[in-house]
Each structure stands twice: as C-alpha cells, then as structure tokens.
Design a protein around this ligand. Structure first.
Ligand code: G1P
Length: 293
C-alpha cells in the first residue's frame, strides 16, 4: 500500500472513564482516578494532549456516576479565571483545559459491563467513521506521542491499529495479547487477539497497551458481543472477530509507558516526569538522593 491513498481521517477519540478506580481507594472515593495528578497535570489531561497532538479534536467521554468532575476540568472556570485575571495572574496554565465549544461530548455507561460495553455506549456519537480510543490509565510518553505514531501508521495501512509493547511473559494474564504475524519496522500484522490469557495459552508477550484506532464496524460487532474474560464484555473479543475482514496491525510504540492503573506505576510516572521537568528536575534529583542516602 502507498501513503498516497486517502484515508478517512481520525477525528474522534473515545475515553472510557466510567471505572470506579477501586485500586486507588480511599483516594478515589470522591475524586475520579482520571483526575489524580502526575506532578501537576491530571492523568486525563495527558491523554487529551496526546489526542490533540495527533490531530484529534472531538473528545467523547464515556462517564458514569460520580465522574462529572472530569467534565468540569475541561470547562471554563469563570470564578477562578476572573479572580486570577483580577490579580494579574497569567491564565496560560489553563490553556490545555480549554475545549472548543461542542467538541466535548459525554455519554454515560450506566452499568459496568466491561470495556467493550463502554466503547459501544459511544456508538451514536462515533457514527460511521474511524475513531481512536485512549485508556487514560496507560500514560504514554514519547516524541511524537503514541497516537501520533499510530495515526501516521494508519495513513499508510488504514484499517485497525492497536499499540503494543512487550512485557515479561508472567505478566501477560493482566492484558489483551496479540498473535503476531508478519513484521515490518514498527508495524506487526495481528493474526489473533486474546484477552487475559493464562500464561501457557498466550500467543506472545506483546500486549495491547491502551491506544486503538478502530473502524466503526467494531460497534456492530460489540452490539452482540457476549461476556468474556472476567465476565465482562471485552473490546478485545470484538476486535478479534474483525481480523481477516479488515486490515489489522499493531504499532510498537517508540517511547515510554507507565501503568498508572497501579500504585507502583503511578509513583514511577510521577518520579520520572518530575525528574525531567526543567522547573524542578534538579531539586527532585537532590531530594531523591537525600531520601536514598
Ligand atoms: C484493558 C484491555 C486490555 C489491555 C489493557 C491495557 O484491560 O481490556 O486488553 O491490555 O486494558 O491496560 P483492563 O486494564 O481494563 O483490565
């Protein structure tokens, strides 16, 4: 295939953010886990920034009860801005939280039936075009970002794409795992997909790492998708059914990934990003050295 082929552009991104965040209790009792900050930006902000860098402006949040604060984060905060403005403070720090009117839509997932079900809840807004999915727990840091790398690949090969990365074999059972076919550079053909396999049944140690570009047909497949691993309606199972009917590739992300769905990953992300910050990196390094000493 050549890159001169015109693809339908990826304009919309779905962010499933209805999860209860039980792994971070009690922190997440009243605060959505997607708003927990890594240094000074909430997790969801990193994902939205990554989407915009990839040219995606239409944001679809699949939320649930108690998750409204995520939407507030991307709204105009009149009192805050008036007060800061009145005190002569710069509002630049809020720039990333601004969304063009109409570009943020929320739908509710009323019952937690699984990731596949959450995505299906967005079907009317996604409509008949390719769309991206971001799992904000997975913090992807790269230049360019993970989704930008995927959109570039999409412009070449079209169809469906997922980001993958290698994990130690004994960790595969926590993830979706691909059966890899032919490989060319960062692109690997996907010949099979299985959600949370037992270690001995896993077709590889390449896991689905929370970024997807999918064709709208997946919504039709999800419509009748039955519960799979963990008794949940799995996106992985619906994607697996599309292999063979449409191109399906994995993109090995050139960059770093932090699993912010776990406490250890969250601490690692916080430290790693703080150490790299121009405004505080040196101080953090000195602090860590002192703590270790
Ligand atoms: C979900 C997906 C899984 C993927 C993982 C990445 O699992 O179902 O395929 O590998 O996210 O974090 P969850 O973490 O919701 O169990």
């Amino acid at each position: 295939m050549t890159s001169s082929v015109q693809r339908k552009p990826v304009r919309k991104a779905v962010f499933p953010v209805a999860g209860l965040g039980t792994r971070f209790l009690p922190a997440t009792k009243a605060i959505p886990k997607e708003l927990l900050p890594v240094v000074d930006r909430p997790l969801i902000q990193y994902a939205v920034d990554e989407a915009r860098e990839a040219g995606i402006e239409e944001l679809i949040f699949v939320t649930g009860r108690g998750k409204t604060a995520i939407v507030e984060h991307f709204d105009t905060a009149f009192e805050l801005e008036a007060t800061m403005g009145g005190r002569g403070k710069s509002l630049d720090v809020l720039d990333a939280t601004r969304v063009k009117p109409g570009n943020l839509v929320t739908v509710r997932q009323q019952v937690p039936l699984g990731l596949g079900h959450a995505i299906w809840c967005a079907r009317a807004i996604v409509g008949d075009e390719p769309f991206a999915i971001f799992l904000p727990d997975e913090l992807m840091i790269g230049e360019p970002g993970c989704m930008k790398q995927m959109v570039d690949a999409y412009n070449d090969v079209g169809g469906n794409l997922i980001s993958v990365l290698e994990v130690p074999r004994n960790e595969v059972s926590s993830y979706g795992v691909i059966a890899p076919g032919e490989q060319s550079g960062a692109l690997t053909e996907v010949t099979g997909l299985v959600e949370k396999p037992a270690v001995e049944d896993a077709p590889s140690n390449l896991i689905v790492s929370g970024r997807y570009i999918l064709q709208p047909e997946v919504m039709r497949t999800l419509e009748t998708q039955e519960a799979g691993a963990g008794g949940e309606i799995q996106l992985t199972d619906a994607m697996a059914k599309m292999i063979g009917t449409q191109p399906f590739h994995a993109v090995t992300f050139a960059g770093r990934r932090f699993d912010c769905g776990s406490k250890l990953g969250f601490v690692e992300a916080t430290l790693a990003l703080a150490l790299e910050r121009e405004d505080m990196g040196e101080d953090v390094r000195a602090m860590v050295t002192r703590l270790l000493g």
